[in-house]
Design a protein. Sequence first.
Length: 185
Amino acid sequence: MKLTTRARRFTVAITGTAAAAGLAIGMSTLAQAAPASRAAPSITPVCQTHGLVIWLNTNGSGTAGTTFYRLNFTNLSGHACTLEGFPFVTAVNLSGHQVGNRAIFNHIHPVHVVTLGKGKTVRALLGVRHTANFPASKCHPVTAAGFRVFPPTGVSAGSKLVPFPFSACSTRGAHAPNFLSIGPV
């Protein structure tokens, strides 16, 4: 049996319409049979620098030529956020320029994600070695005005200055003394 072009088009149109109707009925049945979907779990955002207050507890404790301080990160963003890892810390002069090498990472505690609720504080242990521990010719001690702190946000979101005058080594580079150390939050 030979179909004319008009008859073929009609047959294709009917077949296509029937297939679409069957698909619509199948989808409707599937939607009615499927259980209600649950809301996707919310993901806590990474803390942004502008939502954090970074401050130093100046009640340090000393041992073996190093004084340890608690570097605090308080969340004032209005919502929970997360921090993970090590902050980047450098000593700075009054102009805010780096003095000496940045703090080396102290793996005293394991690194893990910390969820910081609204108004909550988390700490990292900051070690400041006494400049008298180093030869003056290698250290070139100066008085630093404080610290520049980049929170461990995983995002290049800026830094905060934390005022705290202390004796620091002004030399930088591979052979300069590492007088600062920082632990993870």
